[in-house]
Design a protein around this ligand. Structure first.
Ligand code: 13P
Ligand code: SF4
Length: 334
């Protein structure tokens, strides 16, 4: 019989891991994890990936239960794409500052002001905002999708103004931005990054496009978490400066133990302030409990789901192939 764990109830780690594996089998569940999750969760997962990889896996799985180790908008995408499945999230408070920055009522009014604009919305938003959008994008497919649209198409890019500005600069497109941002990627300090670059002059800088331009302009490579991983594994350099959430370093160190990865610093010169506080809410204990109780469960009302499904399907149709996006050698896959 399963033991429900309270916050102060510590089951020995080894037992916790074997109990999670037993429950997973018993409930025909699959564990999907984002690269920003705790290393122990990444190691336990059946599949680790970026937002696009995880959406594709959620749409394709034959499991009855999807345990989503990531943040709420990611688990919601799994439910929108696979409504017949039970989708659970270890901690329902695992939100995202980008989602919080874009309330659907205000976004609907914003859209009305630009009737001729096509709305490309970053996947980091609520199901209700997706339902108001034309095409969903992630950091790994946004440029590829933009390049398929007519050059004179007017575009709204929401809710990440930094990703929007990066894409506008890269593609020369005319875009209007929603003023949202990621609290994690905004904390990197340009001054400290310049100092770090001077200390490690041969180390390429790789950065996530959620970083502001004053960080991106120092980067040798800009891309999604999968793309960052691919870059450090394929690039011959031995040392890298990494401007994204430090959870990604786990896969880097596993796949290339001989290389050195240094996290880009925050204003205090260290990088631990750049841990995503929402991703960090998921723990092994909460993972065990949610599998045991099949709760907290993600629910999306059917009207919103159908409306949000159309721009998500559009994204899947217009995305590059899975193989071109994935790192050559990374975390576990099922
Ligand atoms: P990726 O799609 O690159 O994994 O980004 C997700 C995210 O939330 C980054 O902050
Ligand atoms: Fe949201 Fe930023 Fe956390 Fe990604 S890192 S989930 S964008 S708050």
């Amino acid at each position: 019989m399963s033991i429900p764990l309270k916050a102060n109830h510590i089951l020995p780690k080894i037992e916790l891991l074997s109990e999670i594996k037993r429950l997973k089998k018993q409930k025909n569940a699959i564990i999907l994890a984002h690269y920003y999750q705790d290393p122990e969760i990444q190691d336990l997962a059946d599949f680790v990936g970026d937002s696009l990889d995880l959406s594709r896996k959620a749409a394709a799985t034959e499991a009855d239960v999807i345990v989503f180790c990531g943040v709420r908008f990611m688990a919601e995408v799994a439910k929108i794409l696979s409504p017949e499945k039970t989708v659970i999230l270890p901690d329902m408070d695992a939100g995202c500052s980008l989602e919080d920055s874009c309330p659907p009522e205000e976004f609907a009014k914003f859209r009305e002001k630009y009737p001729e604009h096509l709305c490309l919305t970053y996947i980091n938003c609520s199901a209700a905002v997706k339902a108001l959008s034309d095409i969903i994008v992630t950091s790994s497919n946004a440029e590829h999708i933009l390049n398929q649209l007519p050059k004179d198409q007017k575009i709204i890019m929401a809710p990440d103004r930094h990703l929007g500005a990066y894409l506008a600069k890269k593609t020369g497109r005319d875009m209007i931005f929603w003023p949202g941002s990621c609290i994690v990627h905004e904390r990197f300090s340009e001054k400290e990054l310049i100092k770090l670059k001077a200390e490690h002059p041969t180390a390429p800088v790789t950065a996530h496009p959620e970083c502001p331009d004053h960080i991106l302009r120092h980067a040798d490579h800009v891309g999604s978490t999968s793309s960052i991983l691919k870059f450090v594994l394929e690039n011959p350099s031995e040392k890298f400066l990494v401007a994204t959430e430090p959870g990604i370093m786990h896969q880097m160190q596993k796949s290339a133990p001989h290389k050195i990865f240094i996290g880009a610093p925050g204003a205090d010169g260290r990088c631990n302030c750049n841990q995503c506080p929402y991703m960090a809410l998921n723990t092994l204990e909460k993972l065990y409990n949610c599998l045991d109780r099949l709760s907290p469960e993600i629910e999306v009302d059917e009207i919103t789901r159908i409306k949000a499904l159309a721009p998500l399907n559009k994204m899947l149709e217009m995305s590059p192939t899975m193989a071109s996006n994935r790192p050559p050698k990374s975390g576990r896959s099922f």
